[in-house]
Design a protein around this ligand. Structure first.
Ligand code: PMP
Length: 370
């Protein structure tokens, strides 16, 4: 029988994360610190509005680019926040959908895409699917945006620079100087800057300074979503803002792929924008403190100032995969760094878990480290 599978599909390697999930499936009631989504639910007002929309028959396609009232609101908010006209805004099916469309719209075979290593794993796979070349730039051990290192990775084939702040998997948030450097580099080399700001609400320390390179550089694509900020990962609602010639192409591709984000949930997302999420953010700051305090004595750890991840180093002499496997044997789930990186030296701890589980999980991780 001939092999039906495309070279494109085969080029994407999912083995790292599958191994963890296979091992985890055998556990009865694990302390799960591997989860990439918040442990709080969608705000009540968003549920009510989405349910009402369903009952009122708002169940058909929306315009490809999303419902006007949500787009207009997001555009007004972003223009105000960035202090300039951010361009066109459309609603996507999750930041995942937006990333797929951005890469399909921008990357030709052979084009290079630069981002920090460790990285959100989807970047590498999407670039592969588009026939592009990922250029991960090592950012160990502090996971900072080092402009000199990034610049050394830029070539005439570089099409896109992706930044992700706060970062998955490190929790590190770019400083104002780093944001400025990213915008300057992109301008100097005439490349598009894609800023994945899905964790924008989860910033725990300095929240007043310059945060988004979109404030400085007009060839920036901003990707944000509701999955993390409003606990609605299953609703698949996110948004994109950027130069109209790029956004127009992304909307065209959405028309032939995702079609539109789910209709009733676009209404729910609009209502969610006015919900007060600050209590959850305060709780996550406390969870960050719990993890940093519990782990820093035992592990090398770059202090996370955003998202809900910490990325400590595995004990000397062990790969992260070895360490995570040993932790699974003690019923604690974390993700080895080789899922997000060319290295297998660190592991991701998600603190999107109840405080007690978090304390217990960290205690066991320290115990396993000996
Ligand atoms: N970007 C980053 C950095 C993420 O961590 C995630 C989710 N894990 C996404 C994008 C995609 O999120 P969604 O598709 O749910 O909006």
């Amino acid at each position: 029988m001939s092999d039906p599978i495309s070279a494109r599909a085969k080029a994407v390697d999912a083995s790292g994360i599958r191994k963890v999930f296979d091992l985890a499936a055998k556990l009865e009631n694990p302390i799960n610190l591997s989860i990439g989504l918040p442990d709080f639910d969608v705000p009540e007002i968003a549920k009510t509005v989405a349910k009402d929309a369903i009952d009122a028959g708002f169940n058909r396609y929306t315009p490809t680019q999303g419902i006007p009232e949500l787009r207009e609101r997001l555009k007004a908010d972003l223009d105000a926040e960035m202090g300039r006209d951010v361009g066109d805004v459309f609603i996507a099916s999750g930041v995942s959908g937006a990333l797929m469309l951005a890469i399909m719209a921008l990357v030709d075979p052979g084009d290079e895409v630069v981002f920090l290593d460790p990285y959100f794993v989807m970047y590498r796979h999407l670039v592969t699917m588009a026939g592009g070349v990922s250029v991960p730039v090592d950012s160990y051990p502090d996971f900072r945006f080092d402009a000199a290192k990034i610049e050394a990775a830029i070539t005439p084939r570089t099409k896109l620079l992706i930044v992700n702040s706060p970062s998955n998997p490190t929790g590190v948030t770019m400083s104002p100087d780093e944001v400025r450097a990213a915008a300057e580099l992109a301008r100097k080399h005439d490349i598009i800057l894609l800023t994945d700001e899905i964790y924008d609400a989860f910033r725990f320390d300095d929240t007043d300074g310059l945060y988004s390179p979109a404030m400085l550089y007009d060839r920036t694509l901003i990707l944000r979503g509701f999955s993390k900020t409003h606990g609605m990962t299953g609703w698949r609602v996110a948004y994109v803002a950027g130069p109209s010639e790029i956004v127009e192409q992304m909307i065209k591709l959405q028309q032939y792929s995702y079609v539109c984000a789910p209709s009733p949930f676009q209404k729910g997302a609009l209502a969610a924008l006015d919900a007060d999420m600050s209590g959850h953010i305060t709780a996550y700051r406390r969870k960050r403190d719990i993890v940093v305090e519990a782990l820093s004595g035992t592990f090398e750890l770059a202090r996370p100032d955003g998202a809900f991840y910490a990325f400590p180093q595995a004990p000397a002499g062990l790969t992260a995969t070895d360490f995570c496997t040993a932790a699974i044997e003690k019923n604690v789930l974390t993700i080895p760094g080789n899922v997000f990186s060319g290295r297998d030296t660190h592991f991701r701890v998600s603190f999107a878990a109840p405080d007690e589980k978090l304390r217990e999980g960290c205690r066991i991780l320290c115990e396993v480290a000996g």
